[in-house]
Design a protein around this ligand. Structure first.
Ligand code: GAL
Ligand code: CA
Length: 353
């Protein structure tokens, strides 16, 4: 008796399976499964001019990728300069169900806690802008990096300075055959600070420009800090400074603020070079106050981040992405001077809409 009941139940089960299979394989009635990307985007400090604009680009790129088969939800967090806060935010976003994270580390040498959390929960991470050291990137195969090559930006800044100095003999204002210069540097330990400085200076030297370094100031990418460092340097060297190399546009603008605060006349001004091509930086190039900047392609980097995030979650399109060493994507920099700035301004106005 028991055997018969079992047999009947088994038969009923089989019949049920056959029916559901028949129903499901009838493509017309099967609703297409949507891919759902829940992206958590965390920024080291949204007061940073370049990063503030870049986060906006990431938001736009994710929006652009949404379609009938793809839902994207993006949550943004600002770590306001604290790695502890950032670690907590990673935990919070993983608990909230994010299936991919885009992390702009506060301390690029200290991602272990974040990596452990991500690996335990199997949530891949795309780091951006602040590059973890290679050993940390090797800790898990769910880790990627999107950024740009610091060396290239330094070389380009140096080349623009070489071109200007060679074509304009008024840069060497005291006519001693040397260019007296100062450097404004970003955060110590950031891959874009020391490498940019070294390569800009080496490029000038390689091109036979005689240099005299008067001083340098660390201003942590920040306009107000750059202004106060520059005020100190002007105090020490008065009108001797002929060239200011800044690791980013905000610091170049801060240096210019110092000169205007002191009401120094135009003929006693040095020439200034920045890096980033932020909105304010591009405007300053257009106004001929900033002699040149190097465009840090935030739109390109944001597009690469969004595309990679979608490919990771949907497990589609990974083969269309070109990586360096299997996990790195670097976007190229480009030079911006008065000759081509309008094209870049046009681009940013277009993106603002
Ligand atoms: C650099 C950028 C700086 C600053 C920094 C923050 O790439 O040039 O302006 O935003 O990143 O990590
Ligand atoms: Ca000189």
């Amino acid at each position: 008796m028991k055997k018969r009941i079992m047999k009947n139940m088994w038969m009923a089960g089989l019949l049920f399976c056959m029916c559901t299979q028949l129903f499901c394989s009838c493509g017309r009635y099967r609703p297409a499964a949507k891919d759902k990307v829940y992206a958590g985007v965390i920024c080291y400090n949204q007061n940073d001019t370049f990063l503030g604009q870049m986060i906006e680009c990431i938001r736009k790129q994710f929006e652009r990728l949404e379609n009938d088969a793809l839902d994207i939800t993006m949550t943004i967090r600002d770590s306001a300069g604290s790695q502890r806060t950032q670690d907590d935010q990673v935990k919070e976003l993983i608990d909230a169900g994010c299936n991919v994270l885009c992390v702009n580390l506060v301390d690029r040498t200290d991602p272990s806690e974040i990596i452990d959390l991500a690996r335990e929960n199997n949530v891949p991470i795309i780091f951006f802008n602040r590059e973890p050291v290679a050993e940390d990137m090797m800790q898990w195969d769910g880790l990627y990096y999107v950024g740009a090559d610091a060396k290239q930006s330094g070389i380009m800044q140096g080349e623009m300075a070489v071109d200007l100095i060679k074509s304009n003999n008024r840069i060497d204002r005291n006519k001693d055959g040397k260019i007296q210069y100062v450097v404004l540097e970003g955060e110590p330990g950031h891959q874009d600070a020391i490498i940019r400085t070294e390569n800009a200076v080496d490029t000038l030297k390689d091109n036979k420009i005689k240099l005299e370094k008067l001083s340098y100031g660390i201003a942590n990418w920040n306009r107000a800090q750059a202004q106060s460092r520059m005020l100190q340097m002007i105090g020490q060297h008065q009108n001797k400074i002929e060239l200011v190399l800044a690791n980013n546009d905000d610091m170049a603008l801060g240096a210019m603020d110092a000169y205007s605060k002191l009401n120094i006349t135009r003929e006693n001004l040095p020439v200034f070079f920045g890096i980033d091509g932020t909105d304010v930086g591009l405007e300053a190039v257009l106004e001929k106050e900033l002699s040149g900047t190097v465009y840090n392609d935030k739109e390109g980097q944001a597009a690469a981040i969004a595309k990679l995030a979608v490919a990771i979650v949907s497990k589609k399109g990974m083969e269309d992405i070109t990586f360096k060493n299997g996990k790195y994507i670097y976007l190229p920099y480009s030079k911006v001077t008065i000759d081509n700035v309008s094209a870049y301004l046009g681009e940013y106005k277009k993106n603002k809409k």
